[in-house]
Every structure is written in C-alpha cells, then in structure tokens.
Ligand binder design. Structure first.
Ligand code: ZN
Length: 434
C-alpha cells in the first residue's frame, strides 16, 4: 500500500516537472518569435523575404501590438521636440496676443519651469530638463539657485500686473523668482512652494519665515523639516515644497484660494513655459464647469507640445523671454530692470536669531556692495544666471543639493506606495501628480 502511494507521489512530481518544463519551452519559443518579428519589422517592407512575410502573417496579434507600440513611441518623440515659430510668425502671434491681453476682462497667467530656463534653472521636460535626464538615467546637475535672478518674463509679468492687465499669476516654480520680481504676494500662488519660505504649521494662523537662502537644503519627499524652529512657539519649521504625489497643505505660499477664485473669474488664460502635464490635472484652474462657449480663451507659449494645445485659441512655439519682449513692445510698455537692491525679498525677510546663523550651508542672497556691477537681462536677450555677481557669503556650497529640485521625481518611482499616504495635515485637496 505504502509502496503504491510512494509511486503515485513520484509520478505526480514528475508530471509537475514536465509541465513546468513545457511552460518554460513555450515561453522561450514566444520570446524568440517576438524577437524575430521585431527584427523583421525593423527592415523596410520591400527587403523582407517570403519566409519573413510568412512569419509576420502567422502572428497578426503580435505584429499589431508591436506596430501600435512603435506608433506611440514615435508620437511621444514628436511631442518632446522643441519647435520654434519663425520670427515673422512669432511677431504676428505676439500682436494677436497683445490684442487678447488688451481685450481681456480678467487675465490670469500660469507659469512653469520654461520661464526660468533663461535664469539657468533647468526645466523639467526640455531636452536637458530634470525629468528628461532622470528618465534617461543621466545625472542631474545641481547648483546654487540663489545665483538666479528674475528673467525678462518675470519682470514683464510684474509690470503687466502693475498696469492692471494681469490679475493673478499661478506658478509651478519653486525658485521664488516671481516674488523677487516685485509681483505682490496677493497676486501670486506658488502652488508647489517657494524655496525661500519655511512655515510653522503649529501656530494659528500659520507663521511664515522668508529667508535669504534655500531652506530646502536638508528636506526632500516626505521629509519637510528644515531643522530650524518657530520663534513664537518653538515647534519645528517645515519647507513649503509640494513634491510629486504630495498634497498642498499650506495657505501660503500656495495660495490656492486666490488661484481658484481668479480661475473662476478668468476670461483669458496665458500659459507660459509649462508642459501643462501637471497643471492640466488641477481641473479648478480651467473653468471646466462652465459651458463650452463661456470657458476662458487659452493662449499657450511653449516650445514643446502640451496636452492643452487642442483647446488653445493660440499656441505660440517660442521662448518666453523673446515673446514677452515682443508683447510688451506691442503694448507700449517697458520691462522694468531687475535690480537686486530693489528685490522685495530683502524687505520681507525674517532676521535669523543669533544661534541660527550656522543652521544652513547654502549661499545667501546679499545686497550688492557695488551697484555698478549689476547686470540686467534686457541688455543681452539671452539672460543667464548672474554668475558674475557673486555673493560675499563664502560658505562651501560644493555638496549642496536643493531639497525640491529633482529629488521628488528621483524618488517618485520607488516610493509610489509611501506616496499614497501623503505627509500632510492637509487643508487643501490639491494633489501634485504626474
Ligand atoms: Zn509656531
């Protein structure tokens, strides 16, 4: 009896082994077939042999699937291409935009990383953007962003607001350049944070500390404490950055209330230097609840394709600074020069306590000692970071990596699960996601 049972066990074990072997063989055969088909499809049609054509005919599903994937790849490649309108087209489009700006009753502007590339801050999805580099496995160069200063576009927007043309600016940028351009805080929603701002969320109302250095030096995705404490209550301060997958949880500088309020009133939206891949997800910004003909007119300035292109009244393929120079000329408005001695951040700053001076190692913004060395972007319309205008602060910045810059997306893939239980004590249900 026991012998019989033993024989049955052995034969069922062998049967399992044979079945596993068969499965492996089938898998290997499928892999080889897919590889062969892929090689054949790479060849021009008229060079394929009869045998190769037959192989394709035998696996129509695999062929269709591969062709579909190839089409998707080509489309993506096409969308990532940077295209520039010829000068005469750009000029014509700038006139059209100028008319729209003049006719708008309530114009709101949405800005992305593309308006800061002229300040030597890489964008996200351009050929050398943070996302593009990370996706290609290439290193992201980090540098002190306090070297950057407001670009022509930032300064032009501040002027357009002053003249009453622009009612509100919603920015995805964390570089603080809108604030430093002189755009009033009530006209600005920095929905992904500001690298110069740290906040005490324990105080009611929240207490905000504006600094002259990047407070995100030691922070990253889900780690927002800056290692300094609130002067009023002693609780730890946090940065204001919203990484991918996190939710906005601060009144300021995110200012979603004004962003949404202005979006409701908007009859014209101007998008500058944004791929809109993230912004499009904030449905409250696009007037989608209105009937179609009452939705705001949409003007997009971006070198690459955006998912909103089909909804745009006008798509302008151009560099933001060049377009803004043309636009301001058509509107007969000067673009103010950025002067560091007039930078509002020096008036808004919260002085450090004596024991806080060693709490950061990043470069600090300082007022220029020699004002004749000030450079302006408009003098050369390819503004770069003001590298010549070195600060007097001599700290070692060699190992400095900003907490908001690229860290969020670098960790994004590996932390999908963690991301879901966001770090927040959220009061605003706006989530930054891809
Ligand atoms: Zn506090």
């Amino acid at each position: 009896m026991a012998e019989r049972q033993g024989l049955e066990e052995t034969s069922s074990r062998e049967a399992r082994k044979i079945a596993q072997k068969c499965q492996l063989l089938v898998k290997a055969e499928t892999r080889a077939r897919v590889k062969k088909i892929s090689e054949i499809l790479k060849k021009p049609e008229d060079t394929r042999t009869k045998e190769e054509v037959q192989i394709l005919q035998q696996s129509p599903d695999v062929v269709a699937d591969m062709q579909k994937r190839a089409r998707r790849r080509d489309k993506l490649k096409e969308q990532l291409k940077e295209v520039e309108d010829p000068p005469e087209v750009l000029c014509r489009k700038a006139s059209e935009l100028a008319t729209a700006v003049q006719q708008a009753r309530h114009l709101v502007v949405y800005t992305g990383a593309g308006i800061s590339t002229a300040a030597s801050i890489p964008d996200y999805r351009g050929p050398n953007g943070v996302w593009t580099l990370l996706q290609q496995g290439r290193p992201v160069e980090t540098r002190s962003l306090t070297d950057a200063q407001p670009t022509v576009t930032h300064m032009a927007l501040a002027r357009l607001h002053q003249e009453g043309y622009v009612k509100h600016v919603v920015s995805q940028n964390c570089d603080g350049l809108h604030l430093r351009s002189g755009l009033p805080r009530q006209a600005l929603s920095e929905v992904h944070g500001n690298m110069y701002i740290e906040v005490c969320t324990e105080c009611d109302p929240e207490l905000e500390y504006i600094r002259l250095f990047d407070v995100t030096e030691r922070t990253s995705l889900h780690r927002h404490m800056t290692d300094r404490s609130c002067h009023a209550c002693g609780e730890p301060l946090r940065d204001s950055i919203v990484h991918f997958g996190e939710r906005s949880c601060l009144e300021q500088p995110h200012n979603w209330e004004d962003a949404m309020d202005n979006a409701k009133k908007a009859d014209t939206i101007l998008c500058l230097g944004s791929s809109l891949k993230v912004l499009k997800r904030y449905s409250c910004l696009w007037g989608k609840t209105r009937v179609l003909h009452k939705r705001p007119k949409l003007f997009i300035v971006n070198l690459q394709w955006t998912p909103k292109d089909d909804n745009a009244t006008l798509k302008i393929h151009g560099k933001c600074d060049e377009l803004m120079v043309l636009l301001m000329k058509k509107l007969r408005l000067d673009i103010p020069l950025y002067r560091r001695e007039n930078d509002p951040i020096f008036k808004l700053v919260t002085p450090l306590l004596s024991d806080e001076h060693d709490s950061f190692s990043t470069r600090q913004l300082t007022l220029p000692t020699d004002t004749t060395s000030l450079r302006t972007q408009q003098e050369s319309l390819s503004p770069t970071c003001n590298g010549n205008e070195k600060d007097t602060d001599q700290k070692d910045h060699s190992s400095y990596k900003p907490g908001w810059f690229g860290k969020g997306c670098a960790k994004r893939r590996s932390s999908t699960a963690k991301r879901r239980k966001s770090n927040t004590t959220t009061s605003t249900s706006v989530k930054l996601s891809e």
